[in-house]
Ligand binder design. Structure first.
Ligand code: 13P
Length: 287
């Protein structure tokens, strides 16, 4: 059964660790992440961007696939199916489709409009028992067509949005989706600290988990981050392992062309990446 992310994130905040959100793209991705979370006895959040949802034939298909897979694989750790960087319409569609958790990204809107729409979605999600993530201050870089400038969030605005009754809050602190540039100055812990002081028990979300050095991840968790999103790193791991398989000519040997063989090294590589992240975030054994 899919669950809201509320309880797992409350526990993470109180226990000073973070739950990983790993984005999914297809069946292999989903299976690798679910099996690894189960193996590590860790709660997990499966992220679905609107682009990935479209690619997988719509949110209804995704919800049906994930629910069935949790059941068929005998997954017993808490699993939340979460819309990543949703629009207002996307959020409504995912609520309808059976997602257990929603992110409404109103960070590109004027703050009053972000507050208004977030408030509306808080009421709907509360009624249905779903968790809701809001965003203040945009995450830099591009993810599935969502482009952000990467400015740090204003702690006062964070307090305002946190007080609307959301479950978790994504706040820009200099984090970027995708590859960090060589001259990246690092996360702004000063901003994170100020936000944490204004938002108290609210679980904070760190997007752009790919490429953030381990010591910064640990410090961010110490300062109140309870959910960390990872997407690109699984894609790189899959791409590298698939490339190696083909470059070694394994697809040409025997039945190496069979998709179950061809996609297996990539699927294993995703598992290894998820394993490392779960350990680093400290959520292993917490399910
Ligand atoms: P990365 O692709 O940089 O890991 O970011 C993932 C993310 O933040 C999803 O919302």
């Amino acid at each position: 059964m899919l669950v809201s992310a509320e309880e797992m994130l409350k526990k993470a905040k109180a226990g000073h660790y973070a739950v990983g959100q790993f984005n999914i793209n297809n069946l292999e991705w989903t299976k690798s992440i679910l099996l690894t979370a189960q193996e590590m006895k860790s709660p997990v959040i499966l992220g679905v961007s609107e682009g990935a949802g479209k690619y997988m034939c719509g949110f209804k298909t995704v919800a049906a696939m994930v629910s069935a897979m949790v059941d068929s694989l005998g997954i017993t750790v808490p699993v939340a199916l979460h819309l990543d960087h949703g629009t207002y319409d996307g959020a409504k569609a995912c609520i309808e489709a059976g997602f257990s958790s929603i992110m409404f990204d109103g960070s590109s809107l004027p703050i009053e409009e972000n507050v208004e729409k977030t408030k509306e979605l808080v009421a709907i999600c509360k009624e249905k028992g779903l968790s809701l993530e809001a965003e203040v201050g945009s995450i830099g870089g591009e993810e599935d067509g969502v482009v952000g400038a990467g400015e740090c969030a204003d702690p006062e605005e964070c307090e305002r949005v946190a007080n609307l009754g959301v479950t978790m809050l994504a706040a820009g602190i200099g984090n970027i989706h995708g590859k960090y540039p060589d001259n990246w100055p690092g996360l702004s812990f000063e901003t994170l600290d100020a936000i944490q002081q204004k938002t108290g028990d609210m679980p904070l979300v760190l997007h752009g988990g790919t490429g953030i050095p381990d010591d910064m991840i640990k410090k961010a968790i110490d300062l109140g981050v309870s959910k960390i999103n990872v997407n690109t790193e699984c894609q790189w791991a899959f791409q590298k392992a698939t490339r190696e398989y083909i470059m070694a000519g394994k697809d040409l040997e025997g039945k190496g062309f069979d998709p179950r063989k061809l996609l297996a090294p990539g699927a294993e590589a995703i598992k290894e990446t998820v394993r490392e992240k779960i350990k680093l975030f400290g959520s292993d054994g917490k399910a």
